[in-house]
Design a protein around this ligand. Sequence first.
Ligand code: OGA
Ligand code: ZN
Length: 374
Amino acid sequence: MSSISKLEKNSNYLKVIWDDGEESKFNYLWLRDNCPTAHDKDSRHRMFNILNVSTNINPKNYSVGENGILEIEWSEGDHKSSYDPLWLRENCYTLKNKTKYVSPYKLWDNSLQNNLKSIEIDHDEIINSEEGLIKWLELLHHMGIAIVKNAPVEKNSAFKVLNRISHTRETFFKTPFEVINIPKPNNSAYTAHALRNHMDLPWFENPPGYQFLHCLVNSAKGGDSAAVDAFAVADYLRKNEKEIFDTLVSVPLKFKDKDYTQVAHRSFHSPAITLTKDGDFNDIRFSVATMDTLDCNPEIMEQVYKAHHRFGNLLHDKKYQINFRLEPGDIFSFNNRRLLHGRTEFDPNSGHRHLQGYYMDRDEIIGRLNYLKK
Ligand code: OGA
Ligand code: ZN
Protein backbone atom coordinates (compact mmCIF):
# COMPACT_ATOMS: atom_id res chain seq x y z
CA MET A 1 0.00 0.00 0.00
CA SER A 2 1.19 3.49 -0.75
CA SER A 3 2.20 5.86 2.01
CA ILE A 4 2.76 9.59 2.14
CA SER A 5 6.32 10.65 1.43
CA LYS A 6 5.94 14.43 1.26
CA LEU A 7 3.45 17.25 1.97
CA GLU A 8 3.22 20.70 0.41
CA LYS A 9 0.96 23.48 1.66
CA ASN A 10 -0.75 25.52 -1.06
CA SER A 11 -3.28 28.35 -0.92
CA ASN A 12 -6.35 26.15 -0.76
CA TYR A 13 -5.10 22.58 -0.85
CA LEU A 14 -2.52 20.30 0.63
CA LYS A 15 -0.49 18.44 -1.95
CA VAL A 16 0.30 14.87 -0.94
CA ILE A 17 3.19 13.20 -2.73
CA TRP A 18 2.94 9.43 -2.37
CA ASP A 19 5.85 7.03 -2.20
CA ASP A 20 4.85 5.59 -5.59
CA GLY A 21 5.24 9.02 -7.18
CA GLU A 22 1.51 9.85 -7.52
CA GLU A 23 0.38 13.30 -6.41
CA SER A 24 -2.97 14.24 -4.89
CA LYS A 25 -4.51 17.60 -4.09
CA PHE A 26 -6.72 17.73 -1.01
CA ASN A 27 -8.73 20.90 -0.65
CA TYR A 28 -8.86 22.32 2.90
CA LEU A 29 -12.64 22.63 3.10
CA TRP A 30 -12.93 19.09 1.74
CA LEU A 31 -10.46 17.81 4.33
CA ARG A 32 -12.15 19.60 7.21
CA ASP A 33 -15.59 18.39 6.05
CA ASN A 34 -14.33 14.81 5.91
CA CYS A 35 -12.55 14.75 9.27
CA PRO A 36 -13.14 11.21 10.60
CA THR A 37 -14.70 12.68 13.76
CA ALA A 38 -17.34 14.51 11.70
CA HIS A 39 -19.79 11.59 11.70
CA ASP A 40 -21.96 10.07 14.38
CA LYS A 41 -20.81 6.48 14.88
CA ASP A 42 -24.34 5.05 14.94
CA SER A 43 -26.35 7.02 12.41
CA ARG A 44 -23.19 7.55 10.31
CA HIS A 45 -24.53 10.99 9.51
CA ARG A 46 -22.32 14.04 9.54
CA MET A 47 -22.70 15.97 12.80
CA PHE A 48 -20.03 18.52 11.93
CA ASN A 49 -21.33 21.54 10.02
CA ILE A 50 -18.95 23.05 7.45
CA LEU A 51 -20.99 26.27 7.60
CA ASN A 52 -19.57 26.85 11.09
CA VAL A 53 -16.06 27.49 9.73
CA SER A 54 -15.00 30.18 7.27
CA THR A 55 -13.94 29.38 3.72
CA ASN A 56 -10.43 30.58 4.68
CA ILE A 57 -9.80 27.62 6.96
CA ASN A 58 -6.33 26.09 6.46
CA PRO A 59 -3.80 23.96 8.34
CA LYS A 60 -1.93 25.82 11.11
CA ASN A 61 0.26 22.74 11.47
CA TYR A 62 0.47 19.57 9.44
CA SER A 63 2.66 16.48 9.53
CA VAL A 64 2.82 12.77 8.86
CA GLY A 65 2.63 11.12 12.25
CA GLU A 66 2.84 7.61 13.56
CA ASN A 67 1.71 4.82 11.21
CA GLY A 68 1.82 7.30 8.34
CA ILE A 69 -1.27 9.16 9.60
CA LEU A 70 -1.78 12.68 8.24
CA GLU A 71 -2.22 15.06 11.18
CA ILE A 72 -3.68 18.53 10.71
CA GLU A 73 -4.21 21.28 13.27
CA TRP A 74 -6.72 23.73 11.85
CA SER A 75 -6.48 27.52 11.82
CA GLU A 76 -10.03 27.75 13.23
CA GLY A 77 -12.23 25.99 15.71
CA ASP A 78 -9.46 24.58 17.90
CA HIS A 79 -9.64 21.24 16.13
CA LYS A 80 -7.19 18.55 15.08
CA SER A 81 -7.88 15.94 12.40
CA SER A 82 -6.13 12.64 11.69
CA TYR A 83 -6.49 10.93 8.32
CA ASP A 84 -5.65 7.35 7.53
CA PRO A 85 -3.50 7.39 4.34
CA LEU A 86 -5.43 4.37 3.06
CA TRP A 87 -8.68 6.30 3.29
CA LEU A 88 -7.10 9.34 1.63
CA ARG A 89 -5.82 7.27 -1.24
CA GLU A 90 -9.16 5.49 -1.71
CA ASN A 91 -11.06 8.77 -1.74
CA CYS A 92 -8.51 10.76 -3.68
CA TYR A 93 -10.46 12.77 -6.22
CA THR A 94 -7.32 13.85 -8.10
CA LEU A 95 -6.62 10.26 -9.14
CA LYS A 96 -10.32 9.39 -9.56
CA ASN A 97 -10.74 12.19 -12.05
CA LYS A 98 -7.83 10.91 -14.11
CA THR A 99 -9.27 7.44 -14.64
CA LYS A 100 -11.51 6.78 -17.61
CA TYR A 101 -15.14 5.95 -16.87
CA VAL A 102 -16.09 2.35 -17.64
CA SER A 103 -19.77 1.67 -18.26
CA PRO A 104 -21.35 -1.24 -16.34
CA TYR A 105 -23.67 -1.85 -19.29
CA LYS A 106 -23.12 -4.62 -21.80
CA LEU A 107 -25.10 -3.45 -24.79
CA TRP A 108 -26.72 -6.14 -26.93
CA ASP A 109 -28.60 -6.60 -30.15
CA ASN A 110 -30.38 -9.41 -31.98
CA SER A 111 -27.30 -11.67 -31.71
CA LEU A 112 -28.38 -12.34 -28.12
CA GLN A 113 -31.15 -14.41 -29.71
CA ASN A 114 -28.61 -17.22 -30.27
CA ASN A 115 -27.64 -17.22 -26.63
CA LEU A 116 -30.85 -16.75 -24.64
CA LYS A 117 -29.58 -19.33 -22.14
CA SER A 118 -27.00 -16.76 -21.04
CA ILE A 119 -29.72 -14.54 -19.56
CA GLU A 120 -31.58 -17.35 -17.79
CA ILE A 121 -31.35 -18.08 -14.10
CA ASP A 122 -33.07 -20.79 -12.09
CA HIS A 123 -35.63 -19.67 -9.50
CA ASP A 124 -34.41 -21.97 -6.73
CA GLU A 125 -30.81 -20.94 -7.27
CA ILE A 126 -31.81 -17.38 -6.35
CA ILE A 127 -33.86 -18.52 -3.37
CA ASN A 128 -31.16 -20.82 -2.00
CA SER A 129 -27.88 -19.07 -2.67
CA GLU A 130 -26.26 -15.68 -2.55
CA GLU A 131 -24.39 -16.56 -5.76
CA GLY A 132 -27.71 -17.08 -7.52
CA LEU A 133 -29.03 -13.78 -6.24
CA ILE A 134 -25.86 -11.97 -7.34
CA LYS A 135 -26.04 -13.60 -10.78
CA TRP A 136 -29.61 -12.36 -11.21
CA LEU A 137 -28.73 -8.84 -10.05
CA GLU A 138 -25.69 -8.69 -12.33
CA LEU A 139 -27.74 -9.76 -15.33
CA LEU A 140 -30.28 -7.06 -14.48
CA HIS A 141 -27.65 -4.38 -13.98
CA HIS A 142 -25.27 -5.24 -16.85
CA MET A 143 -27.58 -6.71 -19.50
CA GLY A 144 -30.82 -5.07 -18.34
CA ILE A 145 -32.61 -8.40 -18.79
CA ALA A 146 -32.92 -11.81 -17.12
CA ILE A 147 -35.44 -14.59 -17.40
CA VAL A 148 -36.03 -16.47 -14.17
CA LYS A 149 -36.93 -20.09 -14.98
CA ASN A 150 -38.95 -22.65 -13.03
CA ALA A 151 -40.69 -20.27 -10.65
CA PRO A 152 -43.94 -21.51 -9.09
CA VAL A 153 -47.11 -20.62 -10.99
CA GLU A 154 -49.35 -19.80 -8.01
CA LYS A 155 -50.75 -16.28 -7.92
CA ASN A 156 -48.56 -13.74 -6.02
CA SER A 157 -45.80 -16.30 -5.65
CA ALA A 158 -43.13 -14.05 -7.22
CA PHE A 159 -43.01 -11.93 -4.05
CA LYS A 160 -40.76 -14.50 -2.45
CA VAL A 161 -38.00 -14.31 -5.05
CA LEU A 162 -38.39 -10.54 -5.53
CA ASN A 163 -38.05 -9.98 -1.79
CA ARG A 164 -34.61 -11.59 -2.01
CA ILE A 165 -33.73 -8.24 -3.61
CA SER A 166 -36.02 -5.83 -1.77
CA HIS A 167 -39.54 -4.44 -1.52
CA THR A 168 -41.55 -3.73 -4.67
CA ARG A 169 -42.61 -0.33 -5.97
CA GLU A 170 -46.30 0.41 -5.49
CA THR A 171 -48.41 2.05 -8.19
CA PHE A 172 -52.14 2.46 -8.66
CA PHE A 173 -52.09 -0.67 -10.82
CA LYS A 174 -51.51 -2.54 -7.53
CA THR A 175 -48.89 -5.17 -6.85
CA PRO A 176 -48.95 -7.45 -8.62
CA PHE A 177 -50.85 -6.01 -11.57
CA GLU A 178 -52.87 -8.52 -13.55
CA VAL A 179 -51.97 -8.74 -17.23
CA ILE A 180 -55.09 -10.40 -18.65
CA ASN A 181 -57.57 -9.21 -21.20
CA ILE A 182 -60.54 -7.61 -19.49
CA PRO A 183 -63.68 -5.79 -20.68
CA LYS A 184 -63.35 -1.99 -20.85
CA PRO A 185 -59.56 -2.10 -20.34
CA ASN A 186 -57.90 0.94 -18.73
CA ASN A 187 -54.56 -0.01 -20.31
CA SER A 188 -53.73 -1.56 -23.68
CA ALA A 189 -51.76 -4.28 -21.87
CA TYR A 190 -55.09 -5.54 -20.52
CA THR A 191 -56.34 -6.49 -24.00
CA ALA A 192 -55.46 -9.23 -26.46
CA HIS A 193 -53.90 -6.67 -28.84
CA ALA A 194 -50.28 -6.59 -29.87
CA LEU A 195 -48.15 -4.19 -27.85
CA ARG A 196 -45.52 -2.21 -29.73
CA ASN A 197 -42.17 -2.02 -28.01
CA HIS A 198 -42.63 0.32 -25.07
CA MET A 199 -41.61 1.10 -21.53
CA ASP A 200 -44.17 1.22 -18.76
CA LEU A 201 -45.27 4.45 -17.10
CA PRO A 202 -43.05 7.01 -18.89
CA TRP A 203 -45.37 9.74 -17.62
CA PHE A 204 -44.03 9.39 -14.06
CA GLU A 205 -41.30 11.76 -12.92
CA ASN A 206 -39.47 8.58 -11.88
CA PRO A 207 -40.78 5.59 -13.86
CA PRO A 208 -40.19 2.21 -12.18
CA GLY A 209 -36.57 1.18 -12.73
CA TYR A 210 -37.32 -2.51 -13.12
CA GLN A 211 -40.26 -4.62 -14.16
CA PHE A 212 -40.99 -8.29 -13.56
CA LEU A 213 -43.58 -10.10 -15.64
CA HIS A 214 -44.37 -13.45 -14.06
CA CYS A 215 -46.01 -15.86 -16.49
CA LEU A 216 -48.69 -18.04 -14.83
CA VAL A 217 -50.54 -19.29 -17.92
CA ASN A 218 -49.70 -18.85 -21.59
CA SER A 219 -51.75 -21.32 -23.59
CA ALA A 220 -53.43 -18.90 -26.00
CA LYS A 221 -52.28 -18.68 -29.60
CA GLY A 222 -49.92 -15.69 -30.02
CA GLY A 223 -48.78 -13.43 -27.20
CA ASP A 224 -45.08 -13.90 -27.92
CA SER A 225 -42.64 -11.50 -26.27
CA ALA A 226 -40.09 -9.07 -27.66
CA ALA A 227 -37.34 -7.03 -26.02
CA VAL A 228 -34.89 -4.45 -27.32
CA ASP A 229 -31.91 -2.79 -25.66
CA ALA A 230 -32.69 0.87 -26.28
CA PHE A 231 -29.26 1.86 -24.87
CA ALA A 232 -27.71 -0.09 -27.77
CA VAL A 233 -29.92 1.78 -30.24
CA ALA A 234 -29.05 5.10 -28.59
CA ASP A 235 -25.37 4.14 -28.77
CA TYR A 236 -25.70 3.48 -32.50
CA LEU A 237 -27.32 6.89 -32.98
CA ARG A 238 -24.68 8.63 -30.90
CA LYS A 239 -21.96 7.15 -33.09
CA ASN A 240 -23.65 7.38 -36.49
CA GLU A 241 -26.52 9.86 -36.56
CA LYS A 242 -25.40 12.67 -34.34
CA GLU A 243 -28.10 15.17 -35.28
CA ILE A 244 -30.86 12.72 -34.40
CA PHE A 245 -29.09 11.80 -31.18
CA ASP A 246 -28.63 15.45 -30.16
CA THR A 247 -32.34 16.10 -30.65
CA LEU A 248 -33.28 13.03 -28.60
CA VAL A 249 -31.11 14.06 -25.66
CA SER A 250 -31.94 17.75 -25.69
CA VAL A 251 -35.64 18.20 -26.46
CA PRO A 252 -38.14 17.29 -23.74
CA LEU A 253 -41.05 15.22 -25.00
CA LYS A 254 -44.32 15.04 -23.14
CA PHE A 255 -45.86 11.88 -21.72
CA LYS A 256 -49.27 11.54 -20.15
CA ASP A 257 -51.22 8.94 -18.25
CA LYS A 258 -54.42 8.25 -20.20
CA ASP A 259 -56.06 5.93 -17.66
CA TYR A 260 -59.78 6.68 -17.40
CA THR A 261 -60.11 5.11 -13.93
CA GLN A 262 -57.78 7.71 -12.43
CA VAL A 263 -58.75 10.78 -10.42
CA ALA A 264 -55.29 12.31 -11.02
CA HIS A 265 -53.79 13.70 -14.23
CA ARG A 266 -50.19 12.61 -14.31
CA SER A 267 -47.80 13.90 -16.95
CA PHE A 268 -44.09 14.58 -17.34
CA HIS A 269 -41.67 16.21 -19.77
CA SER A 270 -38.39 14.44 -20.49
CA PRO A 271 -36.06 13.94 -23.44
CA ALA A 272 -36.24 10.48 -25.05
CA ILE A 273 -32.66 9.81 -23.91
CA THR A 274 -31.01 11.15 -20.76
CA LEU A 275 -27.35 10.82 -19.82
CA THR A 276 -25.48 10.47 -16.54
CA LYS A 277 -22.75 12.78 -15.21
CA ASP A 278 -20.24 10.56 -17.05
CA GLY A 279 -22.09 10.83 -20.35
CA ASP A 280 -23.32 7.25 -20.03
CA PHE A 281 -26.94 6.37 -20.73
CA ASN A 282 -29.26 7.10 -17.83
CA ASP A 283 -32.69 6.36 -19.16
CA ILE A 284 -34.93 6.10 -22.17
CA ARG A 285 -38.49 7.39 -22.53
CA PHE A 286 -40.37 5.82 -25.36
CA SER A 287 -43.98 4.81 -25.67
CA VAL A 288 -46.09 5.45 -28.73
CA ALA A 289 -49.20 4.72 -26.67
CA THR A 290 -48.65 7.35 -23.97
CA MET A 291 -46.60 10.08 -25.61
CA ASP A 292 -48.82 13.13 -25.27
CA THR A 293 -49.62 15.86 -27.77
CA LEU A 294 -46.20 17.49 -28.09
CA ASP A 295 -45.80 21.15 -27.26
CA CYS A 296 -42.27 22.00 -28.40
CA ASN A 297 -41.26 25.16 -30.20
CA PRO A 298 -42.75 25.30 -33.75
CA GLU A 299 -39.26 25.90 -35.15
CA ILE A 300 -38.18 22.40 -34.10
CA MET A 301 -41.37 20.30 -34.34
CA GLU A 302 -40.38 18.76 -37.69
CA GLN A 303 -36.89 17.92 -36.42
CA VAL A 304 -38.32 16.41 -33.22
CA TYR A 305 -40.80 14.23 -35.09
CA LYS A 306 -38.12 13.04 -37.50
CA ALA A 307 -35.84 12.08 -34.60
CA HIS A 308 -38.71 10.33 -32.79
CA HIS A 309 -39.61 8.52 -36.01
CA ARG A 310 -36.05 7.34 -36.63
CA PHE A 311 -35.56 6.25 -33.01
CA GLY A 312 -38.89 4.40 -33.01
CA ASN A 313 -38.07 2.57 -36.23
CA LEU A 314 -34.71 1.41 -34.91
CA LEU A 315 -36.39 0.33 -31.67
CA HIS A 316 -38.52 -2.04 -33.76
CA ASP A 317 -35.76 -3.13 -36.14
CA LYS A 318 -35.06 -6.88 -36.24
CA LYS A 319 -31.37 -6.08 -35.93
CA TYR A 320 -31.86 -5.02 -32.30
CA GLN A 321 -34.83 -7.05 -31.13
CA ILE A 322 -34.97 -10.47 -29.49
CA ASN A 323 -38.13 -12.62 -29.53
CA PHE A 324 -39.14 -15.37 -27.18
CA ARG A 325 -42.21 -17.01 -25.71
CA LEU A 326 -42.84 -16.89 -21.99
CA GLU A 327 -43.60 -20.24 -20.38
CA PRO A 328 -45.52 -20.70 -17.16
CA GLY A 329 -42.97 -20.29 -14.36
CA ASP A 330 -40.88 -17.70 -16.24
CA ILE A 331 -40.29 -14.26 -14.76
CA PHE A 332 -39.28 -11.85 -17.51
CA SER A 333 -37.21 -9.31 -15.53
CA PHE A 334 -35.84 -6.14 -17.06
CA ASN A 335 -34.67 -2.56 -16.68
CA ASN A 336 -37.81 -0.64 -17.59
CA ARG A 337 -35.85 2.55 -18.26
CA ARG A 338 -33.41 0.86 -20.64
CA LEU A 339 -35.22 -1.97 -22.41
CA LEU A 340 -38.42 -1.75 -24.33
CA HIS A 341 -40.74 -4.72 -24.28
CA GLY A 342 -43.62 -5.78 -26.49
CA ARG A 343 -45.82 -8.70 -27.41
CA THR A 344 -47.68 -10.03 -30.43
CA GLU A 345 -51.46 -10.16 -30.32
CA PHE A 346 -53.09 -13.30 -28.97
CA ASP A 347 -56.35 -15.10 -29.55
CA PRO A 348 -58.24 -15.20 -26.24
CA ASN A 349 -60.61 -17.86 -27.63
CA SER A 350 -57.77 -20.28 -28.24
CA GLY A 351 -56.65 -20.54 -24.62
CA HIS A 352 -55.85 -18.57 -21.49
CA ARG A 353 -53.06 -16.04 -20.87
CA HIS A 354 -52.20 -14.55 -17.50
CA LEU A 355 -49.11 -12.65 -16.38
CA GLN A 356 -48.63 -10.91 -13.05
CA GLY A 357 -46.48 -7.79 -13.06
CA TYR A 358 -44.32 -6.21 -10.37
CA TYR A 359 -42.14 -3.09 -10.31
CA MET A 360 -39.05 -2.25 -8.33
CA ASP A 361 -36.96 0.91 -8.09
CA ARG A 362 -33.50 0.89 -9.63
CA ASP A 363 -31.98 1.93 -6.29
CA GLU A 364 -33.05 -1.40 -4.84
CA ILE A 365 -31.31 -3.45 -7.56
CA ILE A 366 -28.06 -1.48 -7.61
CA GLY A 367 -28.04 -0.90 -3.86
CA ARG A 368 -28.45 -4.60 -3.12
CA LEU A 369 -25.79 -5.56 -5.65
CA ASN A 370 -23.33 -3.02 -4.16
CA TYR A 371 -24.00 -4.42 -0.70
CA LEU A 372 -23.52 -8.06 -1.72
CA LYS A 373 -20.35 -7.34 -3.66
CA LYS A 374 -18.67 -5.40 -0.82
C1 OGA B 1 -47.36 -4.86 -19.63
C2 OGA B 1 -46.91 -5.55 -20.84
C3 OGA B 1 -46.57 -7.62 -21.97
C4 OGA B 1 -47.27 -8.92 -22.20
O1 OGA B 1 -48.20 -5.40 -18.92
O2 OGA B 1 -46.84 -3.75 -19.37
O3 OGA B 1 -46.23 -4.94 -21.60
O4 OGA B 1 -46.60 -9.83 -22.69
N1 OGA B 1 -47.24 -6.83 -21.01
O5 OGA B 1 -48.46 -9.03 -21.94
ZN1 ZN C 1 -45.57 -3.04 -20.63
